[in-house]
Design a protein around this ligand. Structure first.
Ligand code: PLP
Length: 403
């Protein structure tokens, strides 16, 4: 039998373990609703934390950009793809995150998967938080550096590993906001360890840029680590596909680090540049994020977070208490409700879906066994009544399962 025929058996094995993934066909509906396979659902599954994917200012910027630039970029940025729009976006991104220089990429995944191998190689050492996003992990693997994985947020473990490492080049990589837990890394402590051990820190703030810190400047600014006194040993990366509402990503840091990445990052050199229409959309999004409207959107988001957490707090509802579901201690828009088994999480997701709500269940291996959860993602696009509906549906599901 050819090994190609085994793909049928292997797919069947995924079915047997309930691990086959499927996609749903969606289109945006009003507010935070999505039409999912033709059925409108109130969605708590998007990383569009400020509701900018549907914002008029971004749409207008795209329309204008298409008239000026057309659609595709036509070539790598190293040849003829580096549009005036992309260049302006890089300047504005660096200003937004208060670091000297930024480089704009067409995708977040490719950014991390390729900047890590540009920074370190065989004989060097990468130190990686156990809950890091897949693209940081893949970047570390591609680099062929030695990889030390430390337990989530275990700074003592990281310090010991840095101390013990004989490598001359040490790179610490971490999500700033962890995507399945919603907690924020201790950036000051991470940076202090990097200072002490002559290491470089690469932060992925995909879930923080636009929502955290003064004017949404991100987790590094929230920690007071940007501006004139910023460390020269930090690289700040974020996507533009989440709170910014567009697509693409960027990495920011000192001029010499960014110049090196420009020279050596293969996914930058050998990929067609991001279309100018996306850069113009991201520029429009930055103006919103940094301005009064962004402030108002972040306040709305904070109000929804507080509302959800109050409604799911111990003592708020007897049925919820009896169910034993556990809201993780997150202050961000990512509010995971730990249910336990994969089956229980899927059953709860299905019950909510019957009520017209779409809240994704996250199962092992994405999260540790026994901690399957609903990953509730909140947005400024949610109304108070939307969160109320979710709370009532969760209370009803708890009452049904545990009476
Ligand atoms: C979504 C995400 C990425 C990938 O970004 P894309 O722009 O979607 O490719 C990278 N890192 C983290 C932490 C993410 O959540």
């Amino acid at each position: 039998m050819s090994w190609l025929d085994e793909f049928d058996t292997r797919l069947a094995a995924l079915d047997a373990q309930a691990l086959r993934r499927t996609r749903r066909r969606v289109r945006p509906g009003p507010g935070a609703t999505m039409v999912v396979d033709g059925v409108p659902l109130l969605a708590f599954c998007s990383n569009d934390y400020l509701g900018l994917t549907q914002a008029g200012a971004l749409k207008a910027a795209v329309h204008a950009a298409v008239d000026t630039y057309g659609v595709g970029a036509g070539a790598s940025p190293m040849v003829s793809g580096h549009s005036e729009a992309n260049a302006a976006l890089e300047t504005e991104l660096a200003q937004a995150v208060q670091l000297p220089r930024a480089l704009y990429f067409y995708a977040g995944y490719a950014t991390n998967a390729s900047i890590v191998p540009a920074l370190v190689g065989p004989g060097d050492a990468v130190f990686s938080d156990a809950l890091n996003h897949a693209c940081l992990i893949d970047g570390a693997r591609l680099s062929k550096a030695g990889v030390h994985r430390y337990a989530h947020a275990d700074l003592a473990g990281l310090a010991a590993a840095l101390q013990a490492s004989p490598a001359r080049r040490k790179l610490v990589i971490s999500d700033a906001v962890f995507s399945m837990d919603g907690d924020v890394a201790d950036l000051r402590a991470l940076l202090a360890l990097c200072e002490a051990h002559d290491a470089l820190l690469l932060l992925d703030d995909a879930h923080g840029f636009g929502v955290l810190g003064p004017q949404g400047r991100g987790a590094l600014a929230a920690a007071g680590l940007t501006g004139p006194g910023a460390s020269n040993r930090v690289l700040y990366m974020s996507t533009l596909s989440k709170a910014i509402g567009v697509a693409g990503a960027f990495v920011a840091g000192t001029d010499r680090l960014i110049e090196w990445l420009l020279q050596k990052t293969r996914s930058y050199t050998y990929a067609t540049a991001a279309p100018a229409l996306l850069a113009e959309a991201a520029r429009a999004a930055l103006r919103v994020v940094l301005g009064d409207e962004g402030e108002a959107l972040r306040q709305r988001l904070q109000a929804r977070i507080a509302q959800l957490r109050a409604g799911l707090a111990p003592g708020a509802d007897a049925a919820l208490d009896a169910a034993g579901w556990r809201l993780m201690p997150s202050a961000t828009a990512i509010q995971p409700l730990v249910v336990g088994s994969a089956e229980a999480a899927l059953a709860l997701m299905a019950q909510l879906r019957e009520q017209g709500l779409w809240v994704p269940a996250i199962r092992p291996p994405t999260v540790p066994a026994g901690t399957a959860r609903l990953r509730i993602a909140l947005s400024a696009a949610h109304e108070e009544a939307d969160v109320q509906r979710l709370l009532q549906a969760l209370q009803a599901a708890a009452a049904r399962s545990y009476r």
